[in-house]
Design a protein around this ligand. Structure first.
Ligand SMILES: [Zn+2]
Length: 64
């Protein structure tokens, strides 16, 4: 009821999260559930800039 997941960490680390790389490699970081960033990736797939597989790796913070 109180905390069923780690305490959210504000996305203040601009060195990790940028417009070009909104997702870091830390799987526990809330950026991987950031809806705005996910929408951006979805748009990139629609525009043909990323394949769905690349988008998945991108969201997971892996190299393309
Ligand atoms: Zn992150």
């Amino acid at each position: 009821m109180l905390f069923d997941r780690p305490i959210p960490i504000p996305m203040v680390d601009d060195l990790v999260h940028t417009d070009h790389a909104p997702f870091c490699s830390d799987p526990t970081c809330p950026c991987h559930e950031e809806s705005v960033a996910l929408d951006t990736v979805a748009t990139m797939v629609e525009d043909g800039l990323l394949t769905p597989d690349e988008a998945t790796r991108f969201v997971q913070g892996r190299q393309l």
